[in-house]
Design a protein around this ligand. Sequence first.
Ligand code: F6P
Length: 518
Amino acid sequence: ARLRLIRTPNIGPVSWQQLMLRFGSGEAAIEALPAPRLETLFAEDPNRLAAFSVDVAGLHFDWSKTHLTAQAVAAFEALAKAQDLAGKREALFAGEIINTTEGRAVTHVAERGEGSVDDVAQARVLHARMRALIDAIEGEALGPIRHVLHVGIGGSALGPDLLIDALGREDSRYDVAIVSNIDGAALEEVFKKFDPTATLLVIASKTFTTKETLTNAESVLQWMGEGGVDDVYGRVVALTADPDKAVEWGVDETRVLPFAESVGGRYSLWSSIGFPAALALGWDNFQDMLDGAGEMDRHFRQTSLSQNAPALAAFADLYYTQVRHAETRATFAYDERLRLLPSYLQQLEMESNGKGVTIDGKPLGRPSAAITWGGVGTDAQHAVFQLLHQGTHLVPVEFVAVIEPGDTLAEEHHRQLLLNAFAQGAALMKGRPNDDLARSYSGDRPSSTILLEVLDARTLGALIAFYEQRVFVNGVLLGINPFDQFGVELGKEMAKAADAGGQEFDVSTTDLIKRAFG
Ligand code: F6P
């Protein structure tokens, strides 16, 4: 990593209240963004680009087009000190119980070799089991497999889907379909394409209780049976933190790939949940992805906060959500291979930090994480960028692009793609005043850019780990536990109760149920 010094005023630890006084009270409206404008920040500091960019693990990060200043960074560093970010970061890597609301450690970092000795050793044993099963499948121990049908939802689907879509376009060794929705239309589409006698069913569920996943799995078994497979259970692999449940369900224990309970669902692609990706991309690629993530972890752990990519990103997030009251943040992938990144980030960020309560069980009393949304460039430019350039909402924008193209068409495609990403950032910042307000651009709208040299397993691993650690910093500074998700339980319980007929609903819901089922 290139290290650069930002000269910062020396301030002691501060609370959120003191920090807010320092910044003054913020307003969401673009017009109320404080002077100096972004362009002035550049004009005043010839070192700005260097001070607000970081290079690590083949990724270049540029926050210079945000309103972060040396003073703001210093203030957030002081808050980080008050919230003991350094201590909590060490506790994460040491495998201590930091998910206190669920009484668990948080060990996804151990999957990439960066946790406690015991946790890393356990992860390696479980990875070895994964690898052995991949070898067996390649050796046709389960018969000739050409198709892999992975059923899982949320964290048990989004990670493998992203990895395979990003890296498996050219040389995926199997056709992989990842089905999450309980809507039968999703499975039926796959049934039309896959040969049941050459299909492996992979059931991914941390809890092995998720209704969508188990319903889909049963339908796949039925389709296989009807399609001429005698021993349907002989073609099933389970990825879970509750192996007993998988065995009880009927999966042979030699094909149950466990992972640790302390690996959270949305942080689980590094564990056996990554199995379809490791199968499709090959073990070496999977290992490269773990190594790239490990490199980002070491950067996060060892680099001072003013040059620390996850920390600087989180400082910018917090500046806009807490000081300027931005309610959303948008990530645009200027690379077709990363088109699933925004939906992956939605679960990672919103399920982690979308909470109105602190880790001590008190009301948060301030905005939680921003709503994460986004899309793919250049498509998004012709759909949602109008609002970003001229709307009244403040939306910090993040561009993610890759220097080396992922296609073999004329260079012109990729050149135009990248130039569009860069031009959008410049236009958001610069704007163009006009007496005719309809044609006037206020400018001064913040954006950041993540530029990958190449998109491969290693850089993708580093990119995802960056986002995870950014979520961690946001959580620690807000005082939120990013590792539980009680907010999703109520809806699940009510759907279950409705299924069992034991739920009294309100008038509107009762009417909807009656209309649908009579
Ligand atoms: O509903 C939320 C959730 O619990 C996610 O956190 C998780 O990734 C998803 O459901 C799937 O859960 P499981 O892996 O246990 O099937």
